[in-house]
Design a protein around this ligand. Structure first.
Ligand code: ZN
Length: 236
């Protein structure tokens, strides 16, 4: 009986330790020097343990800014905005170009900017080239920072949006090098190549962003994609 009790205690302890380790990686509290994973590079296509490696950049500004470098991204650090009433940001950047496309985001967290650069370079551009034979030259956004709560859902109405900490990116559409504009609002539905492109790049975003919402999620997202790297996980 005593042996069974000890075994149960060991299993519970092991589970607790595992939980703490997973949470430490999830919230980015494992510094690079203690991480078993190599630092990310924008040159590499998506790799194993991508989420944990992105989260490591959250509290490590020098490492994050080193990753976010030319020619794959044009970005520079910005001053933090101290948190007040759940709004503000830390380790933020302004980023004007990622994966060869003009994206112009300011402010956005460095971790989000790296996820964005990886997604544009390794997913958006190859899909655009394959489907249209053209590169994406600009991604039109609908904002990153906004001191507000989550909208579109009664359940989350009292919860701060990831936009309140510049940890989110709303995308309206994509301009190709021939000037064609593919909009989430106008092209998401149907079976045209534009719709297939939007569905494909959205599906591929789910590895880089913990939350990747499309018009399929709810009416509040009928005209844009919402990507963030908060604590929740949703791909729809
Ligand atoms: Zn949003």
């Amino acid at each position: 009986m005593r042996k069974t009790g000890r075994a149960v205690t060991r299993v519970v302890l092991l589970l607790l330790v595992s939980l703490v380790v997973v949470a430490a990686f999830w919230f980015g509290f494992v510094p690079q020097r203690l991480s078993p994973f190599s630092p990310l590079s924008l040159d590499e296509p998506s790799s194993w343990f991508l989420d944990a490696r992105l989260a490591t950049l959250r509290h490590d500004a020098p490492l994050c800014h080193a990753v976010l470098s030319a020619p794959n991204a044009v970005a520079s650090p910005i001053s933090p905005r101290p948190y007040k009433d759940g709004c503000g940001w830390a380790n933020g950047v302004r980023i004007s170009s990622a994966g060869g496309a003009d994206i112009g985001l300011n402010p956005i967290t460095c971790e989000m900017a790296v996820a964005a650069a990886l997604w544009v370079k390794h997913e958006v551009q190859p899909v655009a080239l394959e489907m249209f034979g053209k590169r994406v030259t600009k991604i039109r956004d609908m904002g990153t920072y906004d001191c507000r709560n989550i909208v579109g859902s009664k359940r989350w109405v009292d919860v701060r949006s990831q936009h309140a900490t510049a940890n989110a990116w709303d995308i309206a559409g994509f301009t190709l090098e021939d000037g064609r504009y593919i909009s989430v609002k106008g092209d998401w539905r149907g079976s045209k190549a534009e719709a297939r492109f939007l569905h494909e790049v959205h599906a591929r975003a789910c590895r880089y962003f913990r939350v990747a919402l499309s018009p399929n999620f709810n009416a509040a997202h009928h005209d844009h994609f919402h990507f963030d790297r908060g604590a929740m996980w949703r791909c729809r």
